[in-house]
Design a protein around this ligand. Sequence first.
Ligand SMILES: *Cc1c(COP(=O)(O)O)cnc(C)c1O
Length: 224
Amino acid sequence: MGRIRENVERILNEIPDYVRLEIAAKTRSAEEIREAIDAGVHIIGENYIKDVKKVYPLLGKIAQWHFIGSPDMQKHDLLKNKYLEIFDMIETVDSEKIAIEINEKCKKIGKTMDVLIEVNSGREVQKSGVMPEDTLELVKKLGSLENIRIKGLMTMGPRLGNPEDSRPFFKETKRIFDEIKKLNMPGVEMKYLSMGMSNSYKIAISEGANIIRLGTVIFGPREL
Ligand SMILES: *Cc1c(COP(=O)(O)O)cnc(C)c1O
């Protein structure tokens, strides 16, 4: 113990104040997550509802909870009232279909869900996310859904050996972010740009990220 706190404090010292630090908490214990939050992390990002089931009862609302996994694959659980109530934001909306489903379920519980649109900035066939050229059109379609609020964009980008190689994908996502922001559409507030992981967060920040999602650099390697 103590190592997680040190890592968080070092990173918080390194990044500008406006950047929100999110932990990618998959496979981590409630104890590890608590240490990160106590050290100043703002957001808990979870990919899997099965992890939320384990740690949420022990932690509760000690920070913001964001869903960063595939909504399509975990719809059965994610769309339960309980989990819609836990999450403050779903960062990975990438189709009209899933947005409509989230909207309808949220309407039933009287909640308006903040969402980010996930962009497949690397145009990788196996990855989730909307294609860069289709992002604006998707945002236009979702603007009228009353129980979701579009708050920005999220991207992963390809996994690359050299972090510098991620830059063009971050740049492209920021360009789309700015383009949509300029249009000032009703129901759309381009406020958050979530990009950058352990190996690439410095580059992501230099390209305009204001949420970074970090796992390994805070907790150490994952054992699966
Ligand atoms: C695991 C994960 C991260 C963080 O990955 P690290 O390389 O461990 O920092 C960020 N975003 C998402 C969506 C993830 O699943």
